[in-house]
Write a protein that binds this ligand. Structure first.
Ligand SMILES: Cc1ncc(COP(=O)(O)O)c(C=O)c1O
Length: 385
């Protein structure tokens, strides 16, 4: 058989999938392995999709997004971040994932590198590797006061082949949040060195000590080398719908349309109508969703944090905990064992880049009852170690 490119042949198998495949869909297993809420998409959003479909919105649309959604995003950006965006700076994409892929496609040649604040969601570094790029993980430190980024380490990892620094804040899997002072330092460094910033802000609404996470948008100029990744998946419970958006410099607008076309010809037309409704009418729902995640976070933090062998920082944002299990050597095997013998599904830490072998990631965007049951099962599993 002819060979595939070495970048593809060498990709690590998806470790979260390796665990979830054991029991996906099994009602006896509590699934905390994927990053999604257990709530259905709210009724008013589903109805907007039905209405759009019935009205015949089922064809190709503008590859950069329908006008209704583009306008909703502009208004939302103004209200959430206090920034009025040039409309040329946004492109609706077929998901947050597609936005990451497009940003990467524009920057990474064979042999270039991207420096990533790690632990980080695996698809992000797979994207870079797919383009033939090298991924350099700069790991957050788990300290007494929570996860901390050492900026010197971040800057030292960059060299003349560094095309971008990729920062997902709020972070999946750690719940870490980058404060504006650190954002400013990264911006100053990147401006000086001619390095792009790719800021993944898909969890910007899922934050517990303020209304919205600090955004690079608030401190940058329109022509800065900056991409911001957004998604409809998380705050509006629309993971299966596939819709996101990308903020980019205005002069790349046409290119973004071309790349959106090449990747999937943009997000589905009736999904975009539903997304516009979600953004315009979804504030009450987002508030409920965050309150529910906060309750989930408290259950997990109190229960898991109190267990033996567990070292856990309180997640400041997003809907994941990332506990270290002291003495654990093979997180993948242990995660499989938790599914097979204790009927609870967690993502193995090693999926999120090097140095995370002693960690596991539960998603807590679930009901308190389910989480409390899951904690009993994890506790029983830990006792067998
Ligand atoms: C940090 C991060 N970025 C992007 C995404 C992608 O979201 P979407 O469902 O829009 O592709 C995810 C999904 O889990 C994520 O955790």
């Amino acid at each position: 058989m002819p060979v595939v490119r070495s970048a593809i042949a060498q990709m690590q198998t998806q470790r979260i999938g390796e665990v979830s495949r054991i029991a996906i869909g099994d009602p006896d297993v509590i699934p905390l392995w994927f990053g999604e809420p257990d709530l259905d998409t709210p009724e008013f959003i589903r109805q907007a999709a039905i209405d759009a479909m019935q009205a015949g919105e089922t064809r190709y649309v503008n590859k950069r997004g329908i006008p209704e959604l583009r306008q909703a995003i502009l208004d939302y950006t103004q209200s959430q971040f206090g920034v009025g965006l040039d409309p040329e700076r946004i492109t609706v994409t077929g998901s947050g994932m597609t936005a990451i892929m497009i940003a990467t496609e524009t920057l990474v040649d064979n042999g270039d590198n991207v420096v990533l604040v790690s632990p980080i969601w695996p698809n992000i570094f797979y994207c870079v590797q797919t383009m033939g790029g090298e991924t350099r993980h700069v790991r957050l430190d788990l300290t007494e006061t929570g996860w901390q980024l050492d900026l010197d380490k971040l800057f030292d990892a960059c060299d003349e082949r560094t095309k971008a620094i990729f920062i997902a804040s709020p972070s999946n899997p750690t719940g870490w949040l980058m404060e504006p002072e650190q954002q400013q330092a990264v911006l100053d460094f990147c401006r000086q060195r001619g390095i792009w910033i790719i800021a993944d802000e898909v969890y910007h609404r899922i934050v517990y000590d303020r209304p919205v996470a600090p955004s690079f948008l608030s401190i940058t100029e329109p022509d800065d080398a900056l991409y911001i990744i957004h998604s409809m998946s998380k705050a509006w419970c629309m993971t299966g719908w596939r819709c996101g958006w990308l903020v980019h410099p205005a002069d790349l607008g046409d290119r973004m349309g071309d790349l959106s076309g090449i990747n999937n010809t943009g997000s589905t037309s009736f999904v975009q109508h539903a997304a516009a409704t979600a953004i315009r009418e979804g504030e009450d729902f987002v508030a409920e969703m965050v309150a529910r995640c906060r309750r989930g976070r408290d259950v997990v933090h109190q229960r898991l944090g109190g267990m033996e062998r567990i070292n856990l920082a309180a997640p400041k944002a997003a809907f994941y905990a990332f506990p270290e299990i002291i003495g654990l050597e093979d997180d993948l095997e242990f995660a499989k064992k938790l599914v097979r013998e204790h009927r609870v599904g967690l993502a193995p830490g090693s999926a999120f880049g090097p140095g995370n072998e002693g960690f596991l990631r539960p998603c807590f965007a679930k009901s308190e009852e389910q989480l409390s049951d899951a904690m009993d099962r994890i506790e029983a599993g830990l006792k067998t170690l």
